[in-house]
Design a protein around this ligand. Structure first.
Ligand code: KIV
Length: 274
């Protein structure tokens, strides 16, 4: 069944949890989609896990469009959400134009952008253009230079109140859901109870309406920084390395390819070639 913005809202009303994973290419998106995951995010984490950037700040619209196009070709049922990169939504005009490109050229069904009250006008403008928006508050990686590092957010009374307020403002601006990243579980619970739209947690505990993870993190494929909230569902990184080492050895020892992996030619034709 096709997941839509409406099914997201319905899930919250019925108390059904929403699953979301990131994807950045066609074949991974196809695999994830075939497993019943509700939503696929082309996150700007793309920059770090696929493109080798040190953070998400260098990700461009052209990076996002390139990977969004690949992902959407592989998806039938998941709701596809594309991240708006840093500096692509600093005003309402740019926000609508760039969100429009992710939908029109990338074929995503919704966009995600970071921030609360500070981006409410942009969220309103994008929604007015008939594009669903997912908000993202808490640890918003595009603000890394303001935060001074990847730190748990909302730990003081003022900061926690601000996050609750931001969530309400995003709902009022028309967002259909909100990612809560790296905040204490009890605060995520309060936020989740304060809005009628679903919250999708990452490092925000079990009370959120859904969960999202970067797929390379949960499969231990990314050897960079591993946050505390990432559960390892499989160690594909080790499996891949074992396979690459075995291949290297077999090529160098002349073991691969053997007969099984080789094409034959008719002997008569072959003799005429000598
Ligand atoms: O870029 C991303 O992958 C994200 C998720 C971690 C929520 O924003």
């Amino acid at each position: 069944m096709k997941n839509t913005v409406a099914t997201f809202l319905e899930a919250k009303q019925k108390g059904n949890k929403i699953s979301m994973l990131t994807a950045y290419d066609y074949s991974t998106a196809k695999l994830i989609d075939s497993c019943g995951i509700n939503s696929i995010l082309i996150g700007d984490s793309l920059g770090m896990v696929c493109l080798g950037y040190k953070d998400t700040l260098s990700v461009t619209m052209s990076d996002m469009l390139h990977h969004t196009k690949a992902v959407t070709k592989g998806v039938e049922n998941a709701l596809v959400v594309a991240d708006m990169p840093f500096m692509s939504y600093t005003n309402e005009v740019d926000a609508v134009k760039n969100a429009g490109r992710l939908i029109k050229e990338g074929q995503a069904q919704a966009v995600k952008l970071e921030g609360g009250a500070s981006v409410a006008a942009q969220v309103k403008a994008i929604v007015k253009a008939q594009i669903p928006v997912m908000g993202h508050i808490g640890l918003t990686p595009q603000s890394i230079n303001m935060f001074g590092g990847f730190k748990v957010q909302g730990k003081t009374t003022d900061a926690a109140k601000k996050l609750i307020e931001d969530a309400k403002i995003l709902e009022e601006a028309g967002a259909f859901s909100i990612v809560l990243e790296c905040i204490p579980a009890e605060l995520a619970k309060l936020i989740t109870e304060s809005v009628t739209i679903p919250t999708i947690g990452i490092g925000a505990g079990s009370h959120c309406d859904g969960q999202v993870l970067v797929y390379q993190d949960m499969l231990s494929m990314f050897s960079g920084f591993k946050p505390k909230f990432v559960k390892e569902y499989a160690n594909l990184g080790e499996l891949m390395k074992d396979a690459f080492i075995k291949y290297d050895r077999e090529v160098k020892d002349g073991i691969f390819p053997d007969e099984k992996y080789t094409f034959k030619i008719d002997q008569d034709i072959l003799t005429k070639l000598y």
